[in-house]
Write a protein that binds this ligand. Structure first.
Ligand code: HSE
Length: 298
């Protein structure tokens, strides 16, 4: 018996919601196969796309699967095949896709013994291998879909936020690698109260805007006054891309997760295509290699 699944890419932070907000990219992601075999234990039999460790304890999917198996203790073994499309270090939740994908597939294979919050907790163990900290803002949207808010990590509590029907994300991924640990190291440990007030006002109003499909309010809320100034220095031509995207009609533009990818949210596919073109044009002139993705959010 085997399960083949799509493990989606995700955008964490969503401008103002550092470490708590995230959304799922419905059309960008990896594929994974999880197979039940007679011999007990976990083996990664294939890992295609990028050069990743295949020892269970060093592999994000391996560690997440082990956390699941340790708890459930089935009388069988597991083989995992990973077909990666999402480049590690791209800022669209590559490690989270592997960690979330494997636990969702295992849950299907074994008759759905766990709920989504429990699966999130297993997957976070895998994510910690890649980023040195157990955060769930990419894992949660990969498991739940749409927009999610991580209310707390210990215990895991995830809120599903409704998604307006006509929202499209555009991502530009400059082909440089930024390690999450490095891009966390540039952040201040303390922030002024005035910044905190602005940030939580934006998070609250973004959540309200998503609930009420208020695109104008989404636009007013997609601002980050805490993280962006520190991290944008690590991303070549960030300001130019943002300016071009907003001019082309994006609702907002910010860093995807820990970068280097940059995301925009857009009302409607036509605007998304227009914005993608504008972002692409900025990078075309720089000689830096890049990829772009357009995805609906559901
Ligand atoms: N919230 C995390 C960060 C996401 O921005 O560091 C990393 O993928």
């Amino acid at each position: 018996k085997e399960i083949r699944i799509f493990a989606p890419a995700t955008v964490a932070n969503v401008a103002c919601g550092f470490d708590v907000l995230g959304f799922c990219l419905d059309s960008v992601g990896d594929e994974m196969v999880v197979r039940q075999v007679a011999k007990k234990g976990i083996v990664i039999t294939k890992s295609i796309g990028y050069d990743l460790p295949t020892e269970i304890e060093n592999n994000v999917a391996g560690v997440a699967a082990q956390a699941f198996i340790n708890d459930f203790d089935p009388d069988l073994g597991i083989e995992i095949e990973i077909y990666k499309n999402i480049k590690p270090g791209s800022g669209v939740g590559s490690s989270a896709a592997s960690a979330a994908g494997v636990v969702v597939a295992l849950n299907e294979l074994l008759g759905k013994p766990y709920n989504k919050e429990q699966l999130t907790a297993f997957a976070m163990k895998g994510e910690a291998v890649a980023s040195n900290c157990e955060h769930a803002d990419n894992i949660a949207p990969a498991i739940y879909g749409g927009f999610t808010l991580v209310k707390s990590c210990k215990p895991v509590k995830i809120l599903e936020i409704p998604t307006p029907s006509n929202l499209f994300a555009v991502i530009i991924h400059p082909q440089i690698e930024i390690k999450t640990a490095d891009s966390r190291a540039v952040l201040p440990q303390e922030i002024p109260l005035s910044q905190a007030i602005e940030q939580w006002a934006n998070v609250g109003s973004l959540i309200h805007a998503l609930h009420t499909s208020d695109y104008g309010l989404i636009k007013e809320s997609l601002h980050d006054v805490v993280i962006e100034t520190h991290r944008s220095k690590l991303i070549p031509h960030y300001d130019a891309v943002k300016k071009a995207a907003l001019k082309a009609g994006a609702l907002g533009c910010s860093i995807s997760g820990s970068g280097p990818s940059i995301f925009t949210l857009n009302k409607g596919k036509a605007t998304a295509l227009h914005v993608e073109h504008a972002m692409r044009n900025v990078y075309k002139k720089t000689g830096i290699e890049f990829e772009t993705y357009i995805s609906p959010i559901n």
